[in-house]
Write a protein that binds this ligand. Sequence first.
Ligand code: DGY
Length: 336
Amino acid sequence: MFVVDDGFLVYAVEIMSAPSVYVTRIIHDGGLAMLTQAGFAVKVGSLRRPPDHNELVRQAPRHDAIICQVADRIDAAVLEAAKGRCKIIAACTVGYDNIDIATAGRLCIPVTNAPDVLTEATADLTWALLLAAARRIGEAERLLRTGSWQGWNMLEFLGADVHGQTIGIVGAGRIGAAVARRATGFGMTILYFDNADRPVMNALGARRVGLPELLETSDFVTLHVPLTTETRYLIDDRAIARMKRTAILVNTARGDVVDQAALIGALRTGQIAGAGLDVYQNEPRISRDFFELPNVVLLPHIGSATESTRRKMAETAAANVIAVLRGDRPLTPVPT
Ligand code: DGY
């Protein structure tokens, strides 16, 4: 059962003394059902937009748990407002760069994320972008839709080979390894750059190299690092300058891992051949410069957007909230 209160959907309102869970924006039904079945009062923000920061600060002290998403800036102001009542910040996502982990740790508010459940979906979408950029699928489809296709043409939409080429995987955690597994099916040489040696990658025949070598020798460079102070602008103008002119950059990680202005410049001048992007700096405000570039495939941060994956992400967040509000340990804690 739900009613609308103050513009919010409020589930399970009959249990007025029940712990209250603030879900900043609608999540998959699977997660909501778990929360209501656990007897919590669940307050869900807007269907369409993330709450603005003032709204987060206003809601934070009113709830026992907060379930947040990628666009919610859970900074010190929100956490200070939440302290005293809020017992958990549960991210529906694997990435938690939107949460001030140090402050959460200082205030003893546990933070959880949703690792594992989106690995395969994100790896699939990485390949969709890689193939689309290599084979110019966006350009070709746009031409067809305008009704201007003149028929089969020996010289039209000549793209890049994927099979047998070299893929450079930057960040060889779960998603990077899942991308590498798929690359074996394309008979590719696999290089990876990571802080640690990764036996899973080595078992696939991948070779660990330094970032300069990876950039200089890969035909496809794909990014799978979390956004941290070390990885912000990891791919800057100097990194891009090392890439082959025929190379394609794929980013399904975080927009800030790449210096977007440098990337736009490189795509414009043909310094690299193309890019496939699912993430951007300052989402959802996409630089309009991208729209004028035919050699970039653009998606709106849908790496994990499959029905079953989004269900599992919501259920993971709900399971963490249920555990913590029942006095148990969180299932997938983020180290704070
Ligand atoms: C994540 O989980 O961090 C993704 O970016 C959302 O798909």
